[in-house]
Design a protein around this ligand. Structure first.
Ligand code: DAH
Length: 367
C-alpha cells in the first residue's frame, strides 16, 4: 500500500477495522524511525497531522463519511488511538531535537565532556605568595603599585640624581611621546618595586610595615638568566627607633622561615641611592648547607637581596605630602629581592624564559 494512498477498508466489522489500523500503526512506526533531524520531525508532523493534507485527516474523512452509524464510534476510538501514537512519537522526537540541532553542527552531546585541567599555581606566583606569607606572619601588610610609573616615583623621589646611569634608556623602557613633559612626569615601565615605598608613605603616616610584590621591566636582552619582565618583592618598615639591627633580625628571620632554620645570612656594604647605609644580603646555600654545589656556584653562598636604612633624602621627598616623615623623629629600613631567581633555584629551573613561556608541558610539572 502506498503511504500516500487512502487505504481501502474491507468492511466496518471490528476485525476489519483492527486489520486496517494495525497497518496504519506499522506505517507510523516505520516513518517514525527516520526522525533524526528537526526537519524530519516537522515533515513527519505534517505528513500525519497536517490540518489539510495530513494522512490522519484524509483517511478519517474518507472512512468516517461512508461509515454506517454503528461503526462511527469504534472508528473514532481507533483514530484517537492512532493520533495518540503519532503525538507520542512526535514528542519523543522533538525532545531529542535539541540534540539533533547540535548533531547538525557536528557536536555529539553523548560524548564525554572536555576535561579542563585545573591549573596549578605558577611556580613564580607560588614563590611570591610563600615569601609574602612569611612577612605577613611578622605583621607586614601587602601593597601594590602601578607598573607604568612616572620618572618622579621610579627615580627622582628615590634620590636618583638626574643623570644617574639607571635612568638611561638602555636600561629603562620608556613610554613613547613624552618628550614635551617635564622629566618628572614622563612615563616609563617601572624598573623596580621601590617607587611603591614612596607611594605608600605618601598615603599614610608612620608607622609602616609593608611588602610589595610585583612585576618590573628592564630593557634587558633575554637570555637564560635575564628577562625584560621579572618580579620583585619590596619591603619597607618605618617607625620610631628602627635600626640596622632590626633590618638584620627581620631579614635573617625571614630567610630562615623561607629556606629553613639552618640557613645563615651575611650582609655586605653596597650602594643604593635610596638607602644609607646599604647592604647586599647573602644566605648560606640551602641546597648544600654551605659546602658548595652547582646552585651556589661552589661558593657556599647565594646573593639574594639588596637593603639598607631609608636615606633621609627619601623622607624629604615624602614630607612634601606627609610631614610626619621627619627624619629627625623616625627611621626605617627597606629591602628588595628578585623573585624569579629564588623560584628558579627552588625548583631547579635553568632558563628564566620558561617562567614566561606559558608552555603547559613546563607548567604541568608543578601541578
Ligand atoms: N630596587 C633595587 C633594585 O631593583 C633593590 C633594592 C635595594 C630595594 C635596596 C630596596 C633596597 O628597597 O633597600 O635593584
Amino acid at each position: 500500500m502506498s503511504q500516500d494512498a487512502i487505504p481501502k477498508l474491507s468492511g466496518y466489522s471490528e476485525a476489519a477495522l483492527d486489520l486496517a489500523f494495525a497497518e496504519l500503526t506499522r506505517e507510523v512506526e516505520s516513518s517514525a524511525q527516520a526522525l533524526n533531524s528537526p526537519e524530519s520531525v516537522e515533515q513527519f508532523r505534517l505528513q500525519w497531522l497536517g490540518r489539510k493534507q495530513g494522512r490522519l485527516k484524509l483517511i478519517s474523512d474518507a472512512w468516517l463519511k461512508s461509515a454506517p452509524v454503528e461503526a462511527k464510534k469504534p472508528l473514532g476510538q481507533r483514530f484517537n488511538q492512532l493520533k495518540a501514537q503519532i503525538e507520542e512519537r512526535l514528542e519523543r522526537a522533538s525532545g531529542a531535537s535539541a540534540r539533533f540541532a547540535l548533531d547538525a553542527e557536528g557536536i555529539d552531546v553523548t560524548l564525554p565532556g572536555t576535561r579542563r585541567a585545573l591549573g596549578p599555581e605558577h611556580p613564580l606566583i607560588k614563590t611570591m605568595h610563600e615569601m609574602v606569607a612569611v612577612f605577613k606572619r611578622m605583621g607586614y601588610s601587602v601593597g601594590v603599585g602601578p607598573e607604568v610609573e612616572t620618572d618622579y616615583y621610579n627615580f627622582e623621589s628615590l634620590n636618583f640624581p638626574p643623570n644617574h646611569p639607571a635612568r638611561d634608556t638602555q636600561d629603562t623602557l620608556v613610554i613613547a611621546g613624552q618628550e614635551r613633559k617635564p622629566l618628572r612626569d614622563r612615563l616609563l615601565m617601572r624598573t623596580h618595586t621601590s617607587p611603591v615605598q614612596i607611594r605608600t608613605m605618601e598615603q599614610q603616616p608612620p608607622p609602616v610595615r609593608i611588602v610589595i610584590p610585583g612585576k618590573v621591566h628592564r630593557n634587558d636582552e633575554a637570555d637564560a638568566t635575564h628577562s625584560p619582565i621579572f618580579h620583585q618583592i619590596e619591603g619597607l618598615c618605618v617607625d620610631t627607633n628602627i635600626t640596622f639591627s632590626d633590618l638584620k633580625g627581620t631579614l635573617d628571620h625571614a630567610m630562615k622561615e623561607f629556606f629553613g632554620s639552618s640557613v645563615k645570612t651575611r650582609f655586605f656594604p653596597s650602594f643604593f641611592p635610596f638607602t644609607e647605609p646599604s647592604a647586599d644580603v647573602q644566605i648560606s646555600c640551602p641546597f648544600c648547607g654551605g659546602k658548595g654545589c652547582r646552585k651556589c656556584k661552589h661558593s657556599g653562598w647565594i646573593e639574594l637581596l639588596g637593603c639598607g636604612m631609608v636615606d633621609p633624602a627619601v623622607f624629604g621627598f615624602v614630607q612634601q605630602k606627609q610631614p610626619a616623615y621627619d627624619p629627625k623623629k623616625i627611621s626605617g629600613f627597606a629591602f628588595g629581592m628578585g623573585v624569579d631567581r629564588i623560584a628558579m633555584m627552588k625548583y631547579g629551573i635553568s632558563d628564566i624564559g620558561l617562567l614566561y613561556s606559558g608552555d603547559v608541558r613546563f607548567l604541568e610539572q608543578f601541578a
